[in-house]
Ligand binder design. Structure first.
Ligand code: ADP
Length: 308
């Protein structure tokens, strides 16, 4: 098979997910005997990078780790998947990020504390060391989970080099007009779109208004994910909704990450935004049928079989 994919860079967070299931969430000062503990790789950036790689993209993953056992979880995962670890950054002083997740096994409610650790300490100098990598990429995909200064700087690097930037606005926080003006494709979910634009995305007309708000800031293309309803796309010239695949979801954590990774992989192959969104919907639909985030990302064969 011809390899038509272009190189892509995913820049973002890595955290180790430490998940405990418990009969009830502990009150302040209470100790509860939990039932299940699971530990595994996570972080929005890492999830999206793994999803794109497993979908067949030529991904270079950039994140920042500490010098500790949790860093090995990232590196071992990348090595097992044959991902390039050569551009991973390291901190001598800050630990690898982690997320402490408690899930009430009766109500499925959760409480999460995320310590972003090393991936929240990416310096300007470290971003500048990535200029060559970014310059060779067709796309840069990033999120808002690493320190904002690093996101602003890597987006600026890509923009100056004419590399298309996809910004997934999770976890949502205010972003500058300057940043928005450099984005080729923005991919908020409905909640993020509302927080950023001030427009509640509860109808297609409302989505049009939210898209217009992004366009007024200089964003070129808008894609709002709508959970089990699929995605809204607006390129300024053409707009519409691409429905999600109907599946029995067991764990929708990381659905947005699966979607963004799939979107990137498909765009890098030369699919148009509409075909890419359909591919990403399929990838996300497969991921929500499995528990976990990074480990629930399907491989290309599964996606192709599902879409056939
Ligand atoms: P986030 O995970 O960021 O909140 P969404 O909930 O919008 O994002 O989901 C992202 C994408 O994942 C959707 O656009 C859709 O393709 C897919 N998805 C989410 N939930 C489901 C579901 N229950 N069934 C099928 N696909 C889903």
């Amino acid at each position: 098979m011809e390899h038509m994919e272009k190189k892509v860079t995913v820049f973002g967070s890595f955290v180790v997910d430490l998940m405990a299931r418990t009969p009830h969430l502990p009150a302040a000062g209470e100790t509860v005997k939990g039932t299940v503990f699971k530990m595994g790789p996570g972080g929005k950036g890492f999830n999206q990078g793994v999803a794109a790689h497993k979908a067949g993209a030529d991904v270079t993953m950039v994140t920042k780790l500490g010098q500790d056992a949790f860093a090995d979880i990232a590196l071992n995962t990348m090595n097992e998947l044959h991902m390039d670890t050569g551009r991973v950054l390291y901190s001598d002083t800050t630990e690898t990020g982690c997320a402490l997740i408690m899930v009430d096994e009766n109500s499925s409610q959760n409480e999460i504390v995320v310590i972003l650790g090393a991936c929240n300490t990416i310096t300007d100098q470290e971003v500048d060391s990535l200029e060559d990598l970014v310059g060779q990429s067709e796309y840069l995909l990033t999120q808002l989970e690493t320190n904002v200064s690093s996101v602003e700087r890597i987006v600026d690097t890509a923009y100056r080099k004419g590399v298309k930037v996809i910004l997934n606005t999770a976890p949502v926080q205010p972003v500058s007009d300057e940043l928005l003006g450099k984005i080729d494709l923005i991919t908020p979910n409905e909640v993020e779109a509302e927080i950023l634009t001030g427009i509640r995305v509860d109808s297609e007309e409302a989505a049009d208004k939210a898209a217009d708000w992004f366009f007024s800031k200089g964003v070129k293309n808008v894609l709002i994910t709508l959970g089990q309803r699929g995605v809204y796309i607006n390129t300024g010239e053409k707009k519409g909704i691409i429905p999600a695949y109907k599946v029995d979801a067991v764990d929708t954590t990381g659905a947005g990450d699966a979607f963004n990774g799939g979107l990137l992989a498909a765009l890098a192959e030369g699919k148009d935004l509409w075909e890419a969104a359909d591919f990403a919907n399929a990838l996300a639909a497969l991921s929500v049928q499995k528990i976990g985030t990074t480990p629930s990302m399907p491989v290309r064969e599964e996606i192709d079989a599902f879409m056939a």
